[in-house]
Design a protein around this ligand. Structure first.
Ligand code: SIN
Length: 509
């Protein structure tokens, strides 16, 4: 047994899987809300991609992943992660998850955009994420080696001699430090930086901020995925209308009843970035956009998609009879903390798994339902690596003289929504950098979220091409070869200052 626990920050699929797989090593699981709440994993309707069907293969799943990733995936990393599929699914089943099966007991595979096969496993239909997280959370609660610290925020990673020595946390207004030489970040996405997102609003990229402030390298920060079909309501976060609805044949129409994607390759099931741009283009010209499931699903809608049916009904829409109004919204971040396929970051003692990490699997555009898979595979991989190594010596932690201010993204949202959205251009990105830099450099509540938004703006400014989810209207073409960009926080700040100084445009955003 160790004396010094592994600290895991975050309780989505990646964090919970890592915690369970680390047993019997001691783990402290730190989570901002109650365990398994406020996590995008629990909201996943789509399910988990798994090339386990008779007509499917690892090679086919890899080919679809690389194709959706638009030439920007790291093929070796993608291959390796997808190879972990069978183990991850078995692990989930062993921890109580019951994937949907047909009357013969065979797994049922659904179809989603840009998959060439039906390969999406669901548990409890479109309530997959909730079912998976409920089962994992229950297993975690029953595992004696795991201590859960809920309602607790990790505010800084503590370093001694450039290695992880602890975590500075705040719980109920009380600051304390937790001694650990191994931290796994599993904090999820960045949707809280945007006004329109399908993620829990409190998730603005805390793990990326923790890693960046500790000196770890970030990668591919410009690649933010916008889901084409969030329900167009005033609710925030925006409820999702799963791609699986289009997978079952629902079509997209505008308020002139035109099926505007019909000439696009793949039509409604083209890669997500393509469909999101097509919808955004309609909305920019004043059209409204709808998902029409009346013919494809009709009265079967409520039994096939009970969660979505309830969401629609609470907005006064009956999908069997009415068009569903949709719009794109921030949904997933392909970029994040640079890691290898064991989840190791550039900082000794720091791992990152799940959405906050950039492994190279997703490239410029994540293939639908590859994220829950990656979360589970990488949670297992990080745990396996940690268990295979002797425990590092505990280092004395630095003395804490000040608690960083509680992070609040409110001042950042309008900047991200306006400048870091589906369509970008140089002047708009420079305006974002000018607006964000003072926030990022201040010692105030907006600083932590501003650092993440600034990193996205700087990476996006420096990528002078359009690829996957990153669309530059001033550089609409792809370059011949895609280069992965990596920067640490000091380089990001330095680059931002250079851009800001060389392009003195108005600071108001
Ligand atoms: C969806 O159900 O459309 C979302 C699935 C995903 O984001 O992977």
């Amino acid at each position: 047994m160790t004396g010094n626990p592994v600290a895991i920050v975050g309780s989505g699929i990646a964090g919970l899987t890592a915690a369970l797989a680390l047993a019997p090593l001691k783990v402290v699981l730190i989570t901002r809300a109650a365990i398994g709440k406020e996590t995008s994993s629990a909201w996943a309707q789509g399910g988990i991609a798994a090339a386990l069907g008779r007509d499917d293969s690892h090679a086919q799943h890899l080919a679809d992943t690389l194709s959706a990733g638009d030439g920007h995936c790291t093929p070796e990393a993608a291959s390796r992660i997808l190879q972990g599929t069978a183990e991850a699914i078995a692990f989930l089943e062993n921890h109580g998850i019951r994937f949907d099966r047909d009357n013969e007991g065979e797994l049922v595979f659904g179809l989603e955009a840009a998959h060439s096969r039906r390969r999406i496993l669901h548990a409890a239909g479109d309530g997959s994420g909730a079912a998976i997280i409920a089962a994992l959370a229950e297993a975690v609660r029953k595992t004696p080696s795991i201590t859960i610290l809920s309602e607790t925020e990790a505010r800084r990673i503590l370093l001694t001699d450039d290695q992880v020595s602890g975590l500075l946390c705040v719980r109920n207004g009380r600051t304390f430090s937790l001694q650990t030489s191994r931290v796994i970040l599993a904090t999820g996405g960045i949707g809280g930086l945007y006004e329109a997102s399908t993620n829990p609003s409190g998730n603005f990229g805390q793990g990326i901020m923790l890693a960046a402030r500790a000196g770890a390298e970030l990668c591919d920060m410009e690649f933010v995925q916008f889901h084409p079909t969030a329900l167009a309501t005033n609710r925030r976060p925006l409820p999702l209308i799963s791609e699986a609805v289009r997978g079952e044949g629902a079509i997209l129409v505008n308020d002139r009843a035109e099926r505007f994607v019909k000439d696009i390759k793949g039509a409604e099931l083209a890669p997500r970035d393509v469909v999101a741009r097509a919808i955004a283009a309609q909305i920019m010209t004043g059209r409204r956009v709808y998902l029409d499931a009346r013919k494809a699903l009709g009265s079967r809608f409520a039994s096939r998609f009970p969660t979505i049916s309830d969401i629609c009904k609470s907005a006064g829409i009956d999908p069997a009879r009415n068009l569903i109004p949709v719009r794109p919204a921030e949904h997933y971040h392909m970029g994040g903390i640079a890691t290898d396929t064991a989840g190791r970051t550039s900082l000794p003692g720091l791992w990152a798994v799940g959405e906050c990490a950039a492994t190279g699997l997703h490239g410029a555009n994540r293939l639908a339902s590859n994220s829950l898979l990656e979360g589970a595979v990488m949670g297992l991989a990080a745990a396996r690596y940690i268990k295979s190594r002797p425990e590092p010596l505990a280092r004395p932690m630095p003395e804490i003289t000040k608690t960083p201010p509680p992070p609040k993204p409110d001042a950042i949202r309008s900047i991200a929504e306006r400048h870091l959205n589906i369509l970008r251009d140089g002047p708009s990105l420079k305006a974002a950098i000018n607006a964000l830099l003072p926030f990022a450099e201040a010692d105030a509540t907006a600083a932590d979220p501003a650092i993440i938004a600034l990193a996205i703006a700087v990476f996006a400014h420096e990528r002078r091409e359009s690829r996957g989810a990153h669309m530059r209207t001033d550089f609409p073409l792809k370059t011949a070869r895609s280069v992965q960009s990596r920067m640490d926080l000091s380089t990001i700040l330095e680059t931002a200052r250079t851009i800001s100084a060389s392009h003195p445009i108005a600071r108001s955003a």
